[in-house]
Design a protein. Sequence first.
Length: 167
Amino acid sequence: MGYEQKLMKAKTFADIFDIVKSMVSEYLGVDQAGLLVGLSDLGSYGHSFVGAFYSLSANTIVINKRPLSRIKQTNPKLYNPYLFHVMLHEYIHSLGVYDEIQVRQLVLEISNRFFGESHVVSQIAANMEKFLPSLIYPSGEFEESLPEDLGIEFLPGIDRKNTDYIM
């Protein structure tokens, strides 16, 4: 089964994370084991938001639940491609690439290579702004800063191939 079919059929965060890791390993020849992935409501800021971030000190990817919730409401077919994009972006950060321009370029290259330029994953990588109406709440909910306690909900079993224990 090809990557496009795998992404379409993915049911869990772990399924999508496996696709990300496999593609990056195939494209760049590197792998990062032992990552934690969590969800948190990181809010939105007018007509922008933080989709996710990578914490170097915690070796953790934290994904914003708010745009995921909005996608489920407005365009559920966009859910897996968007989640893939965010996970790929942050996974590349976890490999030690911290320059945003370089990360965005790698995400676009990998997306184009494995999905083709016309696929929605590649379109998101090329121009996220095109998809903002499906990601932003129309009320323009605005928050000044991140909450002090992020209330991160860690996802068990996310790095299935590199763990032999249950969290």
